[in-house]
Design a protein around this ligand. Structure first.
Ligand SMILES: C[S@@+](CC[C@H](N)C(=O)[O-])C[C@H]1O[C@@H](n2cnc3c(N)ncnc32)[C@H](O)[C@@H]1O
Length: 209
C-alpha cells in the first residue's frame, strides 16, 4: 500500500464483513478476559503512562473489562464505551461508561472539546465507518487533544473489515494513519510498541485533534 493512500483508493469491498448479523448479538455475552497478552498490555500501559495527560479526561472507546491505563496515574475521569454492559461494569478504571453500536450510530453522546485524550485498543478493525467514528472522536477532543489507536495481529475474523483481513501489520498501520488523517487529525505517527518476538505484537497510531 503506498504511503499517501486516500480512502478513494481502497477497493469497494473494503468495509464488508463475513458476519452481517447485528453486532449487539455477537457481543451479548460478556467476555471477561483480555485480548492481548501480558507483555503487550505492559507495553501499552507504559506508552499510556507517557502519552496520556495526568489529571485529564480520558475516553476509552471500544473498551471492555480492562482499559490498560497505568493504575498509579490519576485521571480526572475515564469514560468508557463498549458493546457489553457487564464487561464495562467490571472495568475498575472507568468512572462512567455507555454502550453504543458505532456501526449503527457513530455519533458520540459527548460534548465538543470535552475530552483530553482518547484511546481505542484492538477495536478499530471492527468499524464499518472508521473515518466517521474517528471524526466524532476528534469533535469531542479538545483542540490539541491526543488519540492513540492500537492493534495487534489477531481479531474476530468474521467481524473484522475485509480490508483488515486482506492486509498485514504494516499496512494496518498505514490504514489507521489514513483513517486518522481523513478524520482531520494532525501529527499522525505509527510506532511499534512490541515487535512480537517476546509477546503479542502491538502497534499504536497516534494523532492530535
Ligand atoms: C477485542 S475487544 C477489545 C476490548 C478492549 N479495548 C481491550 O483492549 O481488551 C473489541 C471491542 O470492540 C468494541 N466493538 C466491536 N464492535 C463494535 C461496534 N459495532 N460498535 C462499538 N464497539 C464495538 C467492543 O467494545 C469490543 O469489546
Amino acid at each position: 500500500m503506498p504511503p499517501e493512500l486516500t480512502l478513494a483508493d481502497l477497493p469497494p469491498w473494503s468495509f464488508e464483513k463475513e458476519d452481517r448479523a447485528d453486532d449487539a448479538a455477537f457481543y451479548a455475552e460478556a467476555r471477561l478476559c483480555t485480548h492481548i497478552d501480558d507483555g503487550a498490555i505492559a507495553a501499552l500501559t507504559e506508552f499510556y503512562r507517557g502519552a496520556l495527560p495526568e489529571g485529564g479526561v480520558v475516553l476509552d472507546l471500544m473498551s471492555s473489562c480492562v482499559s490498560h491505563l497505568p493504575g498509579d496515574v490519576a485521571y480526572a475521569e475515564v469514560i468508557g464505551h463498549g458493546m457489553n454492559a457487564e464487561e464495562l461494569a467490571a472495568n475498575p478504571q472507568l468512572s462512567r461508561w455507555f454502550v453504543q453500536d458505532l456501526n449503527r450510530d457513530p455519533v458520540l453522546p459527548l460534548a465538543d472539546g470535552s475530552i483530553d485524550a482518547a484511546t481505542i485498543c484492538v477495536g478499530v478493525q471492527y468499524l464499518e465507518r472508521p473515518v466517521t467514528v474517528l471524526s466524532q472522536a476528534r469533535r469531542v477532543l479538545r483542540p490539541g487533544g491526543f488519540i492513540a489507536v492500537s492493534f495487534s495481529n489477531r481479531c474476530f475474523p468474521t467481524k473484522a473489515m475485509a480490508i483488515w483481513l486482506g492486509t498485514g501489520d504494516r499496512d494496518h498501520a498505514r490504514l489507521v494513519a489514513l483513517y486518522l488523517r481523513e478524520a482531520g487529525f494532525t501529527d499522525v505517527e505509527a510506532r511499534m510498541l512490541a515487535d512480537g518476538s517476546r509477546c503479542d505484537p502491538l502497534i499504536v497510531v497516534t494523532g492530535r485533534a
